[in-house]
Every structure is written in structure tokens, then in C-alpha cells.
Design a protein around this ligand. Structure first.
Ligand code: AMP
Length: 301
């Protein structure tokens, strides 16, 4: 099976209570592609970088067998840069800066040979760009969409048009409240489901995630992580673990979707243990399975 990923490719400046790093590899498409590579061998990445994007990053993606035909490298351009700072409890993140650079004129072009991908993840980018992608793809089995507070604030109508056309919307609790103006998550979920997605997943950070579908609800805890180091990319990694599991198993039954939520949580729990993409660069399938099994044990009663 195959998985098309469209999103940002970034150089992040990250500040946590423990450490600081400039120009670390980041971006939604990056986290999603690396994570998905543990589940499926056909990951197609679409994004844009500048000439300053280190060849070592390209080599890393290639080593994960990520197909880079759709990655545009703009001559003379500078890569998108984002700076984020976490406060002491890691629950709050402040955006320090967003330098769009080559992202400002990004026009995602899905290579002809990738338009029939089985699964599509619309990573966190401007909803107008997400819509461009929807207009280029041919009937995938599932379209999964991520977004962020910025787009709810500045591009709400475009975002709602995208939400109408996707199968799964993944957002966090704050975004669900912003999207609906309702502080009760269950009522907010009802309202978002009316906007069109077949499935809604609301992430609640260290409190886990909830999946809604028709009259069904599934609630999974977050994996208890002892060494939380850098939460950047946790949301992207969750979306990737979830979707790539479905791509690998090709089973869209609700029970398998529950497993997908757990794989999403498992992959997110790895990401946060080290800076940037460091922890997910060298995982083994054995480690992933062991953590999945621990997770099952942890939530059984
Ligand atoms: P997450 O922690 O899952 O929300 O994802 C963090 C990643 O999102 C970082 O690596 C950033 O480079 C990327 N990012 C931050 N702001 C934006 C934006 N406005 N558009 C696209 N990607 C962004």
C-alpha cells in the first residue's frame, strides 16, 4: 500500500527547560514521513525546502526509503523556519517566530505517479494548500487531516471547506474548543462531526486521545513517558502512526482503527523522548511492538 504526505519541511529553533537547539530538522511532513516509514515502504513526501537544507537531512529521508520525487528544492531559496519555546510543565508552547521563506510561494504539486496513493495525510499547512492537494488526488481509501490554531484563527472558512472533504480530522482539545466555541469536548466533537469528517480524533496531550465515529467513542490514555525532552512533532507523529498502521493492515474496521490510535500514541511517545527527530530516526520494529504491548497491558482492565 502507499501513503502520500504533504506538509511542512522545516528547520526548527527549539527551546525547552533542558536545552536549546537551532536549525533542527522539523516540519510536519518530516515527522510524518519518518514515522510512517516503520509501517509502510511506499511513503511519498511532498514539500518544499531551500538550497540551505542540509544534504544530511535528505540522506536521512532517503535512508528511510521516503520517496522524494515531490520534494521541491528551490534554488537560492531559504527553508521554512519555525521557533518554539516550551514552558516548565511542557503543556504550553509559545511560537517565537515563523519565517515562511520558500513556503510563502509553495504550490504543492503531486507527481502524476503518486496521485493514486491509498492513504493521504494532509499535514499541518495552510488549508488553501490542503485544498490544492485534495483537487489533485484520485479517490484514496482514506484522507487524514491535521491543522493548527493559526489556521483556525486566520483561515477558518477555507479550513471548514477542507474538513468537509476529509475522512479523519485530527486536532487537539484546544483546537476543538476554538473551532466550535464550546468548552465541553463531547459537545464540541458532536459539532465538528456535523462539519463532515467520518472520524474525529481529539488529542489531549499527556491525557491521551479520543476517537469519535457515528455513535461510537474510543478513549486511549497517553503512554506514560518518564523522560519528556521535546514535545515538538508529537501531533504529527501521532497522525503518522495512526494512518500508517491502517495503510499497513488495510483494515478500516473500528476495532483496527482503535489499534491505529494506540500506534499513534506509541509513536508520539517515542518522539518526545529526544530533541527534534532524533528518537524516531533509529527505532526498531521490536521497540515499537514492545511499547505497543505495554500500552495494551496498561489499558486493560
Ligand atoms: P507539532 O508539534 O506536531 O505541532 O508539530 C511541530 C512542527 O510543526 C514543527 O517541526 C514546525 O516546523 C511545524 N510548524 C510550526 N508552525 C507551522 C506552520 N505555520 N505551518 C507549517 N508547519 C508548521
Amino acid at each position: 500500500m502507499s501513503l502520500l504526505v504533504v506538509g511542512s519541511v522545516a528547520l526548527d529553533t527549539l527551546e525547552t527547560p533542558f536545552d536549546k537547539m537551532d536549525d533542527a530538522l522539523g516540519g510536519s511532513a518530516t515527522y510524518i514521513s519518518i514515522t510512517s516509514s516503520y509501517f509502510t515502504s511506499s511513503v511519498y513526501m511532498v514539500g518544499v525546502v531551500g538550497e540551505d537544507f542540509d544534504k544530511a537531512h535528505i540522506d536521512l529521508l532517503k535512508s528511510k526509503k521516503v520517496d522524494l520525487e515531490g520534494l521541491q528544492i528551490i534554488e537560492g531559496g531559504k527553508t521554512f523556519r519555525w521557533g518554539g519555546k516550551y514552558l516548565d510543565d511542557f503543556n504550553q508552547r509559545e511560537t517565537l517566530f515563523t519565517h515562511l521563506n520558500v513556503f510563502e510561494h509553495f504550490d504543492p504539486v503531486i507527481p502524476e505517479s503518486k496521485r493514486n496513493a491509498d492513504f493521504v495525510i494532509l499535514g499541518n499547512i495552510h488549508p488553501g494548500l490542503q485544498m490544492n492537494v485534495l483537487n489533485q488526488i484520485n479517490n484514496p481509501k482514506m484522507i487524514v487531516c491535521d491543522t493548527m490554531n493559526l489556521w483556525i484563527n486566520i483561515a477558518l472558512e477555507e479550513l471548514k471547506e477542507v474538513i468537509k472533504r476529509v475522512d479523519v480530522l485530527i486536532i487537539n482539545d484546544e483546537e476543538a474548543k476554538m473551532l466550535t466555541g464550546d468548552n465541553n469536548l463531547i459537545r464540541a466533537a458532536d459539532q465538528i462531526m456535523e462539519m463532515g469528517p467520518k472520524y474525529l480524533i481529539i488529542k489531549k496531550g499527556e491525557h491521551g486521545a479520543m476517537m469519535f465515529h457515528e455513535d461510537k467513542v474510543f478513549s486511549a490514555p497517553a503512554f506514560p513517558v518518564k523522560n519528556l525532552y521535546d514535545p515538538t512533532g508529537a501531533g504529527d507523529t501521532f497522525a503518522a502512526g495512526f494512518t500508517a498502521w491502517l495503510d499497513k493492515t488495510n483494515d478500516l474496521g473500528f476495532d483496527n482503527m482503535k489499534k491505529a490510535v494506540v500506534y499513534g500514541s506509541v509513536m508520539a511517545s517515542f518522539t518526545v523522548e529526544k530533541f527534534s527527530t532524533k528518537r524516531i530516526e533509529n527505532l526498531s520494529n521490536k521497540e515499537i511492538e514492545e511499547r505497543y504491548n505495554k500500552f495494551v497491558e496498561l489499558s486493560r482492565f
